[in-house]
Design a protein around this ligand. Structure first.
Ligand SMILES: N[C@@H](CCC(=O)N[C@@H](CS)C(=O)NCC(=O)O)C(=O)O
Length: 206
């Protein structure tokens, strides 16, 4: 059975959400990051960065939320969470995965790191304003790419919508404006999906 290592209110939410969309059966292991759970030797052997999420499927151990969501989509093709390998839709899916991970979430992560996540002596508060400005630029690119469409790729819900929506929820939690009406509606639509509610409950309850 698939084994998932995660922690509530973190990027592991993306992976558990994808599993719930796929109707997968899995074991969930809560790693209490705030109590040093990510630094225990057993966990570091799975995920050398001490981060969540991690997926273990037999001999395969996988880190990185976008890679794990894609693996889940490919493992459960009936879910439609990933487009067929080699198709133009799959190329666009990869493009938006890379964009979310490298452009959209990075300003938010910079803000989080310099507000609370880094050790105090490593924080540079002056960077936050620049990260807020970068967030605005990235959100605009996403809004332009989405246009009036319901989903980012191929006219159907895919795992990249999970990555994007979870990042938009993160932005809202930081009181950042999404800045563009289509993005607000997109986030509202996706964040109302029943599979997300199930994922949140699963991460709380283990
Ligand atoms: N790029 C990684 C980032 C994972 C990550 O930074 N996870 C955070 C929680 S959202 C974490 O585990 N932080 C603990 C730490 O940095 O020690 C992914 O998307 O999976």
């Amino acid at each position: 059975m698939l084994q998932i290592y995660g922690c509530p209110n973190t990027r592991s939410n993306r992976v558990v959400w994808a599993l719930e969309e796929a109707g997968a059966v899995y074991d969930y292991h809560k790693i209490d990051l705030f109590a040093g759970g990510g630094r225990k030797p057993d966990y570091l052997a799975l995920n050398p960065g001490g981060k969540v999420p991690t997926l273990v499927d037999g001999d395969l151990t996988l880190t990185e939320s976008a890679a794990i969501c894609t693996y889940i989509g490919d493992s459960f093709p009936a879910s439609g969470l990933t487009s067929p390998v080699g198709s133009p839709e799959r190329a666009q899916y990869s493009q938006w995965c890379c964009f979310v991970m490298s452009e959209l979430e990075q300003p938010l992560w910079t803000i989080a790191k310099h507000r609370f996540a880094l050790p105090e002596k490593r924080r540079v508060p002056a960077i936050i304003e620049t990260a807020q400005w970068e967030w605005g630029l990235a959100a605009k690119v996403l809004a332009t790419g989405l246009g009036e469409r319901e989903f980012l790729v191929g006219g159907q819900f895919t795992a990249v919508d999970i990555l994007a929506a979870q990042t938009l929820a993160w932005a809202r939690a930081f009181k950042m404006s999404l800045g563009h009406t289509p993005l607000d509606a997109y986030a509202d639509r996706l964040l109302a999906r029943p599979a997300l509610a199930r994922a949140l409950a699963r991460e709380q309850n283990g």
